[in-house]
Write a protein that binds this ligand. Structure first.
Ligand SMILES: [Zn+2]
Length: 292
């Protein structure tokens, strides 16, 4: 079993085609250890995590890429996020009466959000319906229609590991029509080879072995793999900001009823506790800084 959590970019020499292979074990296990998810939800979380990490490596700046879906099925919401191409977290909320075999997401929509550390936030929204589409086809469609980038995506997950695999025409030759006949042949050959990848290979083989097995007749250039890990972005400061949005009156009302405000991060279970003095200090500091 491959234990390294990483994403690896590669290029096919003399073609405008690139690829990305993302494999997750420890980071995925850590997410699963936080909540007792039903098995189909575990797999879906794995696919979303692999996809978020994989797509995150295609953006050229530091920031956060998240995939968030809201559905009318048994999973009400699910999100996976990759920050600075390395820190992953994910969370799903599902109905208490979850039953295997039913529509998991049902009809809904997915948001792909890219939030650069510096600069403007970008969001694309796509409709989903998991009775006739998978996450990989939704993402392929998104690249094809919204970004005009020809893309094939394969996602795999069981209850231990997750993997994402992508073949993409380079943005320089983004539009489908710009691929001339030679490129078209390259594209079809590479996609044909890529589509022979099995779930077992994707989830268990080391990345280089896997790529060699698929593409040994091609000239493939590998970049340095980027390590991935589970890491939550919650903090005392962010939690405090969430309390400030409640307003002082409401916050103090909760403190007077409960003695304190406890906020438990759903992603990592870190607990942040605020008593009356903390709340007053928080609002005093907030109003001071907004005056200055
Ligand atoms: Zn957290």
């Amino acid at each position: 079993m491959s234990n390294s959590d990483q994403t690896l970019r590669f290029l096919f020499d003399n073609t405008p085609i690139r690829g990305e292979l993302t494999q997750l074990t420890r980071a995925f296990k850590e997410v699963l250890s936080k909540h007792p998810y039903p098995m189909p939800v575990q797999k879906l979380l794995g696919e979303f995590m692999a996809a978020a990490a994989m797509l995150s490596d295609t953006i050229k700046f530091e920031g956060t890429l998240s995939l968030q879906v809201r559905g009318a099925g048994q999973v009400r919401s699910l999100m996976a996020e990759c920050r600075n191409n390395q820190d992953l977290r994910a969370l799903a909320q599902y109905n208490d009466d979850f039953e295997e075999g039913g529509a998991i997401l049902g009809e809904g929509q997915m948001a792909i959000t890219i939030e650069p550390n510096q600069g403007k936030r970008y969001q694309g929204i796509v409709p989903i319906n998991d009775s006739d589409m998978t996450l990989s086809t939704v993402l392929e469609d998104y690249f094809q229609k919204s970004e005009q980038i020809r893309t094939r995506i394969w996602l795999f997950a069981n209850t231990k590991s997750a993997a994402g695999f992508m073949i993409q025409a380079m943005p320089e030759s983004a539009s489908v029509s710009s691929l001339d006949m030679t490129n078209q042949e390259d594209w079809e050959r590479v996609v044909h080879l890529a589509s022979t990848l099995t779930e077992e290979e994707a989830l268990t083989l080391p990345a280089e072995t896997l790529l060699h097995r698929l593409f040994h007749e091609e000239t493939v250039r590998l970049y340095d793999p980027r390590p991935l890990q589970f890491k939550c972005t919650c903090s005392e400061e962010r939690t405090a900001n969430a309390i400030i949005t409640l307003g002082r009156e409401e916050a103090l009302h909760i403190v007077h009823e409960q003695g304190h405000i406890d906020i438990d991060c759903q992603f990592c279970h870190q607990r942040y506790a605020f008593n009356e003095t903390d709340i007053n200090t928080l609002f005093d500091n907030a109003s001071n800084s907004s005056l200055s």
